[in-house]
Design a protein around this ligand. Structure first.
Ligand code: MIC
Ligand code: SF4
Length: 643
């Protein structure tokens, strides 16, 4: 039986388990990346493991999230990361060099390699045929130390692309269509592979837009074949030698096939507050727009910004619109500056931001109250923009630019004759913002610089024999990591300080949760389906851990968050019978008798609700390895015990 593209890469990298769907497999990881908001914790964890130098082929630390420096905290974190990198063999991409996923695609990614990153949009690398996955910081730390990365062997979905996009319809509209079809939970436990004739009509940056936002499907990752266009892209990046051809076998077997005829797609938007709430721009046309933001790891490539510059050239943005643009990388920014396109953007009235995540993670540019904001980003979760009642719509750069000019939702297909950006034969290559690590001889002399905001990783203790805990919070379906551990300019500087950041845990849902959980000492969170979707931030597990949360009991989990809970030593439980969700209320006292023995045995977990007298059964599906991690009190304890 033939193999899919992803299966071929898995086969080359599998070091534990067998390629049997639904079972756990360990993969050798060739490359890692971190960003600063998750990186400080990941490097503290790496230090705690005591490995002197990374064992990967290439590890890169990017500074792109916390670039607003309103106090010493972010700058201290950057300095810490830079010094850790120098000491332990990691390349360091300075603030200003760009968004991790964009820069990694340009400068480091290689077809056929495995990459894990402490950021959920790491699958951007799937655009050049990498098996690239988002992971918790601790998983990245373990991979840097040479350990395997464990996933559940996913099912394979093929998205078959036929035809060609009409002028002004964009790659973003393709992924919005996939989200419309599959929903934000449709990708859980699956790898989405793109194939078909339509693939060769899409450039690498367009493919990367699609794999990037595959994160919003909940998928393990998404991937495109590596073909002549991949070779052209790598050649233009001066890296032709990194290319290999990669395609699925002709008789590869897929669990699911989705057909998309590109010529039938229209410009679309993901409407508030979910990336799968899709409508056509046509149906929204004429509604007023307050803000337009262009950038993020989804849509900030040279191709995207040249298209925007073309649309805005010689025109002025509407009176009622504030337009912010953040180029994805220094390479993109510099090329726009040199070819004059930056001048066109500035002249039209754009507010140019540095090459970083910026507004995407609430670092500035929060919209006005109830403001309608059109963004080329990938997430529009409630409150993420920094304005609680802000209405964020996710659109293509084409739609964003057309609407910035008119001040209302505007279908870009009304712009007339299409425009195709000519991809450069050579991108501007200047890696002077990437700092190489010290040599093996010099590394011992490097001092790691820590500021007062950097607090150690919270202590965890082995699993108790019986858990007595109170339900400290009950939440609904589709809770995102932005609910659990909000980001934004005020909270992000606390990413290396778990005691301080914990005070913001779940405050979007219930401002009293942190104080309540802390005073209870031992608690359980109850939730609905797809709990923990969104970011890879392990803070969404570490903050509850610090507040005394022992177990999270839900209808179903998102992949990365579930792994982060296990890594933190928090029990991930799922209702055997979803209707039992109604049998627990806030404040109920719960007992999980003999929990350690039950986890060891793999049986269903009995939860006694002492307040109502009812019994509830929960699944705790763990492999031998994850059982051992939970019993040890988390991955760090487990790794120390087993090294
Ligand atoms: C995001 O887009 O939510 C982030 C910020 O990039 C996160 C990482 C983080 O929370 O630091 C992600 O996607 O993993
Ligand atoms: Fe940065 Fe936004 Fe991409 Fe996350 S989704 S990595 S915050 S640009």
């Amino acid at each position: 039986m033939g193999l899919t593209l992803a299966e071929k890469i898995i086969k080359e990298h599998i070091v534990d388990g067998d390629m049997v769907k639904g079972t756990d497999i360990g993969l050798r990881i060739d490359q890692t990346l971190t960003q600063d908001a998750t990186g400080t914790m990941a490097y503290l964890e790496f230090e705690a493991m005591g490995v002197p130098r990374v064992k990967t082929e290439r590890s890169v630390a990017y500074i792109d999230h916390n670039t607003l420096q309103t106090g010493f905290e972010n700058a201290d974190d950057h300095r810490f990361i830079q010094s850790v990198c120098k000491k332990h063999g990691i390349y360091f991409s300075k603030p200003g060099n760009g968004i991790c996923h964009q820069v990694h695609l340009e400068r480091f990614g290689k077809p056929g390699k495995t990459l894990i990153g402490s950021d959920s949009h790491t699958p951007t690398g799937g655009g050049i045929g990498m098996l690239a996955m988002g992971a918790g910081g601790l998983d990245v730390a373990v991979a840097m130390g040479g350990g395997a990365y464990y996933i559940t062997m996913p099912k394979m979905v093929r998205v078959n692309l036929t035809g060609k996009l009409n002028p002004w319809v964009a790659a973003k509209d393709i992924i919005l269509e996939v989200l419309r079809i599959m929903s934000v939970k449709g990708g859980v436990g699956k790898i989405v592979e793109y194939g078909g004739e339509g693939v060769k009509t899409l450039s690498v940056p367009e493919r990367a837009t699609i794999t990037n936002m595959g994160a919003e499907l909940g998928a393990t990752t998404s991937i495109f074949p590596s073909d002549e266009l991949t070779l052209e892209f790598l050649t233009a990046q001066g890296r032709a030698e990194d290319w290999i051809e990669l395609k699925p076998d002709a008789d590869a077997v897929y669990d699911e096939v989705i057909e998309i005829d590109l010529s039938t797609l229209k410009p679309m938007a993901a409407c508030p507050h979910s990336p799968d709430n899709i409508k056509t721009i046509e149906s929204l046309a004429g509604q007023k727009v307050d803000q337009v933001c262009i950038g993020s790891c989804t849509n900030s490539s040279y191709r995207d910004l040249m298209t925007v510059a073309h649309i805005l050239k010689g025109k002025t943005i509407a009176e009622n619109v504030s337009l912010a643009i953040a180029p994805g990388s220094k390479q993109v920014f510099n090329m726009l500056a040199l070819n004059g396109a930056l001048g066109d953007l500035i002249a039209a009235g754009a507010r140019i931001l540095e090459s970083a995540c910026g507004p995407c993670i609430g670092m500035g540019q929060s919209p006005n109250s109830k403001g309608i904001s059109l963004r080329t980003f990938n997430r529009n979760f409630l409150g993420r923009s920094g304005t609680k009642d802000g209405q964020v719509y996710l659109v293509s750069p084409e739609t964003a630019a057309a609407s910035a000019l008119t001040g209302v939702f505007t279908d870009p297909t009304t712009l007339g004759k299409g425009y195709e950006v000519e991809m450069p034969e050579k991108f501007l290559i200047n890696d002077n913002m990437v700092i190489a690590p010290a040599s093996v001889e010099e590394m011992d002399n490097i001092e790691v610089l820590r500021g007062p905001n950097i607090k150690p990783f919270p202590e965890t203790s082995p699993l108790e024999d019986t858990i007595n805990a109170t339900c400290a919070l009950k939440v609904e379906d589709n809770i995102t990591t932005d609910h659990i551990m909000p980001a934004g300019a005020k909270i992000l500087p606390l990413r290396s300080n778990i005691p301080a950041i914990s005070q913001h845990c779940f405050t979007v849902c219930d401002p009293d949760f942190p104080a309540r959980a802390k005073s209870l000492g031992s608690s359980v969170i109850v939730g609905g389906a797809n709990y923990g979707q969104g970011s890879s931030r392990e803070h969404a597990a570490l903050a509850p851990l610090y507040l005394g949360v022992k177990a999270v009991l839900v209808k179903s989990f998102a992949r990365i968050h579930r792994a982060n809970l296990i890594n933190a030593g928090i029990l991930p439980l799922e209702f055997v019978n979803e209707a039992d969700y109604d049998k627990i209320s806030l404040g109920d006292e719960l007992v999980l008798p003999d929990i350690k023995k039950i986890v060891e045995s793999g049986k269903d977990v009995l939860i006694i609700n002492k307040t109502t007298g009812e019994d509830i059964l929960a699944k705790c599906e763990l492999t031998d390895r994850t059982k051992a991690i939970i019993i040890a009190g988390g991955l760090l304890n487990y790794t120390k015990e087993n090294s």
